[in-house]
Design a protein around this ligand. Structure first.
Ligand SMILES: *[C@@H]1O[C@H](CO)[C@@H](O)[C@H](O)[C@H]1NC(C)=O
Ligand SMILES: *[C@@H]1O[C@H](CO)[C@@H](O)[C@H](O)[C@H]1NC(C)=O
Ligand SMILES: *[C@@H]1O[C@H](CO)[C@@H](O)[C@H](O)[C@H]1NC(C)=O
Ligand SMILES: *[C@@H]1O[C@H](CO)[C@@H](O)[C@H](O)[C@H]1NC(C)=O
Ligand SMILES: *[C@@H]1O[C@H](CO)[C@@H](O)[C@H](O)[C@H]1NC(C)=O
Length: 479
């Protein structure tokens, strides 16, 4: 099996200056490996802005206009050189791919013909996604049910806790540890037969690697490099799956600020694999077509009960609220400069006065400000959703969690950094009617951000799995 040559390295790195360009570069390279991309569920194709949702052909035509070298599915199918390359048939891969092809067709059908009886009559005992919080509730529902029925994840057993198969379930990076441990227990999607898997999970915890191996005085970042490079080396030598797809059907997950960096040391992991990250910064080459964004949830004590309060309709007397460190990136500094102590309606604190509770303040506010800090993700977004306070997201280059499925504009406000000075005007301009609808939608999406152990249908764990499922559906691997 080929490795990347040096030439590929440098051209990829150069092109990666613009993430879109990087995506097409990978695609071109992968075509020569016998892979094709469907792009059926990326944020840009699942909305109607690019024509029919799920119309992968259409999306590809669009992209072809931008990048001449972009692939055309038909050409790959008929390309003799690709066919000949499949020397020995890989029967299990063909079966996996046939399943995925069936799923794609069904999802596309649900998306294009929502009134088709077979879509309307999908059995679901406890929840049917509907309403404008979803880009396409029918497609999502069909896709979710298919995921439950079919999706199989193989977790490599190599690696010992605490660096592997384990993580901390407390504090700001809790979702990383929670996912690891739920993945260990939750058998719904797990398979112990790697031949029937659709995706392969690399269960290393960036938080744990840094906690145990990173010396804050010596600051040798190579510990992360050694661990990740060794791990991929082990699984790619022992099993055929990594080499077979050059990592495309493998995923890692990290909530740590250094999550993206941890993948940098293995170029296939960085450019090909599905990276599930809290720190979903497109300026750091986060590529929403193959990578997935998941929410940062600050579980202060690790307790997951009573995360949401059932609020009686109260009078939210504060227009907008924020509490947090000022010295935490440029965006925060701007928020403080324009609004701290300037207006009674907009309450900005570095430290809350004694006796004032953070969560009570959120419950008394109409809008909760969620500016990016050192990293694009902010735990305040989910805190606001829990408190039924409409999140005001102030960030740049941030791909919001589950934005392939959820319409964030239906339950949050996004304000450009250049508009921070107009914050009050913008918030005051939102009609009472629109505000009420947004609060109602915030309540509706809460479910998708809740942590449960064991997981419950449509909760945050299942939504993360669904994000991985969609990205796997985006690509076809030839044997
Ligand atoms: C309705 O859905 C079924 C199953 O997905 C499909 O076989 C059928 O062709 C669809 N009918 C129409 C009119 O699209
Ligand atoms: C995968 O490729 C690497 C590098 O070419 C090679 O060392 C390794 O043996 C291959 N793994 C398998 C299982 O063939
Ligand atoms: C959750 O909240 C309810 C109602 O306030 C309370 O009765 C219950 O004890 C709380 N549970 C936990 C585990 O804190
Ligand atoms: C809400 O406002 C009304 C009228 O201003 C007031 O009578 C009521 O006590 C307030 N309720 C709460 C929970 O603050
Ligand atoms: C996103 O990444 C870019 C490039 O590394 C960086 O300059 C920017 O600060 C990041 N954004 C945040 C909020 O960290």
């Amino acid at each position: 099996m080929r490795r990347y040559t040096r030439k590929h390295h440098s051209s990829l790195i150069l092109l990666a200056v613009i993430s879109i360009a990087a995506a097409s570069a990978i695609v071109v390279f992968k075509v020569s490996k016998g892979l094709s991309w469907h792009y059926l569920a990326s944020p840009w194709t699942w909305t109607s802005s690019l024509g029919g949702p799920f119309s992968s052909r259409h999306a590809i035509d669009k992209r072809k206009e931008k990048a001449k070298e972009y692939i055309n599915l038909e050409r790959i199918w008929n390309d003799e050189s690709v066919k000949r390359r499949g020397k020995h048939r890989d029967g299990s891969l063909e079966m996996v791919e046939a399943d995925l092809a069936k799923a794609r067709a069904l999802i596309r059908d649900a998306s294009l013909n929502p009134s088709n009886r077979s879509t309307l009559e999908l059995p679901d005992s406890d929840y049917v996604p509907q309403g404008n919080i979803y880009s396409n509730p029918h497609a999502f529902h069909r896709s979710y049910l298919l995921m439950e029925k079919m999706f199989k994840i193989f977790v490599y057993e190599e690696g010992e806790p605490p660096l592997f198969h384990y993580g901390s379930c407390k504090d700001i990076y809790s979702m990383e540890g929670l996912f690891m441990s739920l993945m260990e227990q939750d058998t719904r999607y797990r398979t112990w037969d790697p031949n029937e898997a659709h995706v392969y999970f690399l269960p290393f915890s960036v938080v744990m690697i840094l906690k145990h191996l990173f010396d804050p005085i010596i600051r040798d970042k190579a510990v992360m490099e050694r661990t990740v490079v060794d791990y991929v080396g082990i699984i790619s030598n022992k099993y055929p799956f990594w080499n077979r797809s050059i990592g495309v059907d493998h995923f890692m997950l990290s909530c740590h600020d250094w999550g993206p960096r941890a993948t940098w040391y293995v170029k296939e992991l960085y450019y090909n694999s599905i990276r599930v990250l809290c720190n979903a910064n497109t300026s750091e080459y986060f590529n929403p077509k193959k990578d997935a964004s998941f929410p940062e949830i600050n579980l202060v004590t690790g307790e997951i009960t009573n995360l949401t309060a059932h609020l009686t309709p109260s009078n939210r007397s504060i227009l907008a609220f924020f509490a947090g460190n000022l010295y935490h990136g440029k965006i925060r500094a701007l928020v403080f400069k324009h609004w701290k102590g300037k207006d009674n309606g907009i309450q900005i604190y570095e430290k809350l006065p004694v006796g004032v509770s953070y969560s009570e303040m959120m419950k008394k506010s109409r809008f909760c400000l969620c500016p990016s800090g050192h990293e694009v993700a902010s735990p305040r977004i989910v805190e606001a959703i829990y408190a039924e306070c409409v999140p005001v997201i102030i960030s740049q280059n941030y791909v919001l969690p589950f934005s392939d499925v959820l319409r964030w504009e239906s339950f949050s406000i996004q304000i450009a950094v250049s508009e921070i000075a107009n914050l009050k005007k913008i918030l005051m301009g939102i009609s009472e009617e629109r505000y009420d609808r947004m609060v109602e939608n915030v309540r509706k999406v809460q479910n998708h951000f809740l942590v449960n152990d064991p997981p419950k249908r449509y909760d945050v764990f299942n939504m993360i799995i669904h994000s991985v499922w969609l990205r796997r559906l985006n690509v076809r691997i030839y044997s």
